[in-house]
Design a protein around this ligand. Sequence first.
Ligand code: F3S
Length: 400
Amino acid sequence: MLELQLMSDEQKMLAGSHGRATQKAMQILVALGKIYSARRMIPVTSVQIAGVSYDNLGEAGLQFLAEMAEGGGKVLVPTTLNPAGMDIANWQELGIPADFAQKQLQVLEAYSRMGVSTTCTCTPYLTGNMPAPGEHLAWSESSAVCYANSVLGACTNREGGPSALAAALTGRTPEYGMHIAENRKPTLTFRVEAPLDGTSDFGALGKLIGDRIETSKAVPFILGVHSASPDQLKSFSASLATYGGAALFHMQGITPETSQYTPPDESIILSQVDLAVASTSLNDTLSRQVDFVSLGCPHLSIQEISRVAHLLAGQHVRKEFWLTTARATKRLSDKLGYTEIIEDAGVKFAADTCCVVAPIRGRFQAMATDSAKACYYASARHKFKTVFLPFDDVVRLALQ
Ligand code: F3S
């Protein structure tokens, strides 16, 4: 078997001549490269790091980051973060405990000392980091990884927090998985014979296909989807990654790599009934039980925020309602006047964070959302019941 070969600058990093943190980072990458039989390291153009919420990291994670920062670690490529456990500016209003906030700020400070932009979002492609087809990245967030590989045609494995940080500090990642063309070929065809309307239908489709590939880890080639907006593809990517563990799909006429392939012979038909069953399976309570409403998994685009403002203008919600989005998108919303309309309606912006990584376990009974991914984690992580609805219906439910 051929061994992992390092270039001379990579060998120097490993030997410690770029400092302790870079040495540790290269050790992590070499270990990963050996596990996956990589033959070399390749440069990456951007990094997105998960493992930001103190709720996930805990004291051990914070300690690791502090040591890397003290060890002189500095990122070599543009690097952003996944959502943190709280809105950095507005955490008190969202009911985040002060001791949690203090720890969360320490996490962000450690990243900041290493030169990481503390932009906390799972949709870096909506806030200025739009990789070109064929670019190699080291991104962590599963929905963003699936979107980047599939919709943008970039190449990234789903990195863990430490391996993403290691890529940022060295500018490298081991070449394996999604970085190799052979591994990007579709292996199973899905024929969608159902009309799709809105983010929730795309989320349900992601669950449907995800459930079918969870064990085989097939790369889906999807036929029969005639149009899909970026917001719908964002929802689909999140759901497919959650339920199927997928990092890549091809959708004929929609995603950029499909012209390179013919649909695999083995094919599965997905009917309208299948889609309805997948949607229904995400509901485990009645709308009247809902005491928490959340939109923004993955983080809302400015178009989605505009839609919420349009639906809420002049009205007032009757339930706790969070909109989760990137700080940059929230700023744009402020400038365009949407924030004022939405906050006047009693809705809270939760920028920098999301309803899954915030420490809200057990705080609510039942959550309404348009996100199939949010349903999965709200149930598994927070023990909430879930009501899965189309986007506009989620807003309308908050008004009841
Ligand atoms: Fe993003 Fe949080 Fe959903 S990280 S994809 S909003 S679970």
